[in-house]
Design a protein around this ligand. Structure first.
Ligand SMILES: Cc1cc2nc3c(=O)[nH]c(=O)nc-3n(C[C@H](O)[C@H](O)[C@H](O)COP(=O)(O)O)c2cc1C
Length: 198
């Protein structure tokens, strides 16, 4: 569509030489065809960082990448979500009720060789976005260290850590930080300190 694009998808990902681990993230940004002139202030979920539109999860992923030296890889769904925030919440609720597995268009090359995976996603309706269920269906985390970060509007992790443990029983799953959406802009040091200490 003219003037509409998936701002944040692909272009936000970083590649590095460090192949020990990877930072995988999902955000509304990159999964929504925002207009080019999207008003970054119109939603708690969209951050305009020096002209680039990013979601909260993307911002956290980038800080983790800077601290670890790992590259980043965004989870992107085939079908994009509505530009309107309220409509997105409705679609997400329908997907949750249907226990849907949205089709993903991204693939992580060489996933089996990574020893450590950082995962960052927003809390959607007290759970992981359904795209994360698709992701766990597709990738095997056996023997990997999985550090989980969530961004949210008040619900924190909800039950996502125990859900992930049951989906990936042979992974070492560690609860990382949960960062409230309004606190994301001020959380760089907390995120980087967590990474340093683990
Ligand atoms: C579809 C949808 C459902 C949400 N459900 C919740 C929720 O149940 N609990 C909560 O604390 N925040 C909820 N939020 C808020 C987001 O988790 C929060 O704003 C997050 O920082 C967004 O990250 P993003 O910019 O990377 O998409 C929801 C947001 C969306 C879009």
């Amino acid at each position: 569509m003219k003037g509409m694009r998936r701002i944040g998808a692909y272009e936000a990902d970083r590649t590095t030489d460090n192949k020990e681990g990877i930072v995988v993230w999902f955000s509304r940004v990159g999964n929504t065809n925002f207009p080019d002139d999207v008003d970054a202030t119109s939603s708690a979920s969209v951050i305009n960082d020096g002209g680039q539109i990013k979601g909260n999860a993307g911002v956290l992923a980038e800080w983790i990448s800077e601290e670890t030296g790992y590259g980043t890889s965004q989870i992107v769904t085939k079908n994009s979500y509505p530009v309107d925030y309220g409509e997105t919440t409705e679609v997400a609720k329908e997907e949750q009720n249907a226990d849907a597995r949205p089709e993903l268009t991204t693939q992580i090359e060489g996933f089996t060789s990574y020893k450590t995976v950082y995962l960052v996603f927003p809390n959607w309706w007290g759970d992981m976005p359904q795209a994360l269920y698709s992701f766990f269906d597709e990738y095997d985390f056996s023997g990997k260290q999985l550090n989980v970060f969530v961004t949210h509007g008040g619900s924190g992790f909800s039950d996502t850590i125990s859900t992930i443990k049951s989906l990936e029983p042979d992974a070492e799953v560690e609860e990382g930080l949960s960062v409230r959406d309004s606190d994301v802009p001020d959380s760089e040091q907390d995120v980087k300190n967590w990474v340093k200490e683990h």
